[in-house]
Design a protein around this ligand. Structure first.
Ligand code: LLP
Length: 429
């Protein structure tokens, strides 16, 4: 469920017509619905009721301050994967104690920053990292809660590039090494190894892989407890998929079904349970709006070339992801839909949002919305082709605000300079 709907034939974000935003901020832009973010967070929390869950929003999905503050105000913490994300989360108003630091390659500087700042938990991914966290925390005179992120060797059944829980993946600690590492952790100063973390991938559309991984985690918890370890926290990661594309029939499990499964598998352990959803919270809460630059017909294909490109929304180029595309002005019933390739202006064939996508007749200047772009949209964008990062707008009811403006070219260039040997006037003819 989201709050992007047609009203009198015009696509709105909550109560704001999208053409109004386009006229003010220019295209392309991202648009977030505050009500949708709130709703998704509350639906997820409700699905976990009775489990006393801690919800850490995986801010790699969307690190805009307004999004983070909206969630922080609802009580969410953040799952961060870099020193940068840690600082952005704090800036957004998330308390350090409500931050979990994940990631497979934390530097000493990042660990130092997080521990000194009072991070709530560090999810450790290797023996060497365990030693670093212990060394850094003890030097700071602190004790930090750590989880070992375990690799359960479970295939998530999702896109290969976003599967993270198979034993050949770089993530987590190999199952066979886990008990030995807890034994080592017990002897180390500066850490309290009372948690287990697991995350097997993203956009997972079936409960079975989650259940397989969580069952292994339950058995591990019991095994470690039998050996005298105190395990009282389980961090179950994120990964629950969302519906993207009305042309495909994939219906991921609902949060309620996910919650029931978690309750069944892990409910009786007496552990505090943490979750790190990203996509589920913000995916459907954001869209990208672009303008048709030109329509191009060839005997083989019909192309709609829009002013957004793979640098703005990379998911179709990177994962073959399919985002629903809606004309901002609702299409009349006739003359019906024709297949169109919707592409950007970048000189790469992969700069294609959709192939043979059924769309009503479009012309230059028309606006189209790429749906379900709130997760891994803006946060993965780049300035490839010297295209400035596009603005982000948040809507709440009938009001909206630009929450990240488009940088000027001067701002983009301010980070570059010519070396002294090239600083004279250009010598070209
Ligand atoms: N926790 C950890 C440790 C993660 O690595 C991730 C995502 C999450 C939580 C959140 O997963 P989610 O609930 O959003 O599925 N760029 C890709 C997705 C990459 C996900 C990486 N890890 C995409 O656009 O599909």
């Amino acid at each position: 469920m989201h709050h992007f709907v047609y009203c009198n034939g015009v696509l709105h974000a909550e109560d704001v017509p999208l053409p109004q935003i386009a006229a003010e901020v220019g295209t392309p832009f991202y648009c977030y619905s505050s009500a949708t973010i709130t709703r998704h967070y509350l639906v997820f929390r409700e699905a976990l009721k009775g489990l006393d869950p801690s919800i850490y929003f995986a801010m790699k999905a969307n690190s805009n301050l307004a999004v983070l503050r909206t969630l922080a105000d609802l009580g969410a913490g953040c799952d961060v994967v870099s020193g940068g994300e840690f600082q952005v989360a704090l800036t957004a108003g998330v308390k350090a104690a409500k931050i979990v630091f994940s990631g497979v390659g934390k530097t000493d500087e990042e660990i130092q920053l997080a521990v000194a700042g009072g991070v709530g938990q560090i999810n450790v991914e290797s023996e060497a990292e365990l030693a670093s966290v212990s060394r850094i925390a003890s030097a700071l005179g602190k004790t930090v809660r750590i989880a070992l992120r375990v690799n359960p060797d479970v295939a998530a059944g999702t896109h290969d590039k976003i599967s993270t829980g198979r034993k050949e993946d770089k993530f987590g600690i190999d199952w066979s090494l886990v008990p030995g590492l807890y034994r080592k952790a017990r002897a180390l100063p500066g850490i309290s190894a009372t948690a287990i973390a697991v995350h097997i991938g993203s956009q997972i559309t079936s409960l079975a892989p989650f259940e397989a991984a969580f069952t292994k985690v339950r058995d591990l918890t019991l095994q470690l407890r039998a050996e005298g370890f105190e395990i009282n926290h389980l961090d179950l990661g994120g990964g629950l998929g969302i519906p993207y594309d009305h042309l495909s029939n994939t219906t991921p499990p609902s949060p309620a079904e996910y919650g029931d499964m978690v309750r069944r598998v892990l409910g009786g352990l007496g552990c505090k349970l943490s979750f790190e959803p990203g996509r589920l919270i913000v995916g459907n809460a954001g869209i990208m709006v672009a303008k048709v630059v030109v329509m191009k017909d060839s005997p083989a294909k019909k192309f709609a070339i829009v002013d957004a490109a793979m640098n703005d929304l990379v998911r179709p180029a990177m994962y073959g992801a399919r985002h629903e595309i809606l004309p901002v002005i609702e299409a009349p019933l006739s003359p019906g839909l024709t297949p169109v390739d919707v592409v950007g202006p970048i000189c790469e064939t992969s700069d294609r949002f959709a192939q043979d996508y059924p769309l009503p007749p479009l012309k230059a200047g028309d606006l189209v919305a790429f749906m379900t772009a709130g997760a891994y949209g803006a946060s993965m964008s780049s300035a490839y082709n010297s295209r400035p990062l596009i603005p982000e707008v948040m809507v709440q009811g009938d009001r909206y605000a630009v929450v990240r403006r488009r940088p000027s070219l001067a701002e983009m260039l301010a980070l570059e300079q010519l070396p002294p040997w090239l600083a004279d006037e250009p010598k070209g003819a």
